[in-house]
Design a protein around this ligand. Structure first.
Ligand code: ZN
Length: 244
């Protein structure tokens, strides 16, 4: 039997405590809804971590026992300690997968790994979102059709100030006219990163079956494989060669 993938769902977890409407949508926090989706998909051992825990719940022990870290943040990116954000980035370069959701485009782990502002356009009007699969056959969109829709979403639009994705798997369309690169894959060091757009806190996005399906697929994709540890530096030849 294969080992379950160890996923840590990190959530800022402040809107749910201070806003009654959002607490109504996510009574146990956004992280609990995401964890529930992964539990139902199966094959994962899921824990959660939140901003207001000591070390934001991301102790060295938690990070070293995390195959894939899922990150949701919005209003308190600056409350994340630089030291913890740096540890997260170092673990990604060392092979941990990172899934960055929605407004976490501005999170310290993501902007630090991208090296750009990660700014974008936005509008909160409860618009429909249509997410087009543009990389059929990619493991993250396995099982999806040509597209799926969310009836009410916050709009994110281009320009999205990110480096060109290594693979772009999803593009969103909004009725207001904008488009957005909403499913972006990156390789950084030994780690895999997936940015996935849906997830505004005032909509029940993390109960949507397609969204849950993508997050489960992405968690499998981003989990570390068993690639050999890279060896850098001066190298002896594998075959005899004449040295000048
Ligand atoms: Zn939002």
């Amino acid at each position: 039997m294969t080992q379950p993938i160890q996923v840590t769902v990190w959530n800022e977890f402040r809107h749910e405590k201070t806003n009654e409407f959002i607490r109504g949508l996510y009574p146990n926090g956004i992280h609990a809804a995401i964890a529930d989706g992964l539990d139902k998909a199966g094959g994962f051992k899921v824990r959660s971590a939140t901003l207001d825990e000591p070390e934001h719940g991301l102790t060295d022990n938690v990070l070293s026992n995390t195959d894939v870290l899922i990150w949701w943040g919005h209003a308190a990116h600056n409350a994340v300690e630089d030291e913890i954000a740096a540890k997260v980035r170092a673990r990604v370069l060392d092979g941990m997968g990172l899934i960055v959701l929605h407004s976490a485009h501005y999170s310290k782990p993501f902007t630090g790994l991208m090296g750009t502002s990660c700014s974008l356009k936005w509008r909160e009007a409860g618009e429909k979102e249509r997410l087009w699969v543009i990389e059929h056959g990619h493991p993250i969109v396995e099982g999806l059709g040509e597209y799926f829709e969310l009836e009410h979403a916050e709009m994110y639009g281009e320009p999205f100030d990110i480096p060109e994705p290594d693979t772009l798997v999803l593009v969103s369309w909004f009725p207001g006219g904008e488009v957005f690169r909403s499913g972006c894959c990156y390789y950084r060091g030994r780690g895999k990163i997936f940015y996935f757009r849906p997830g505004h806190e005032t909509y029940p996005i993390y109960y949507d079956e397609n969204v849950r399906h993508v997050i489960a697929n992405a968690s499998r994709w981003a989990a570390p494989g068993n690639a050999p540890t890279p060896v850098f530096g001066n190298a002896k030849p594998l075959e005899p060669i004449e040295e000048e």
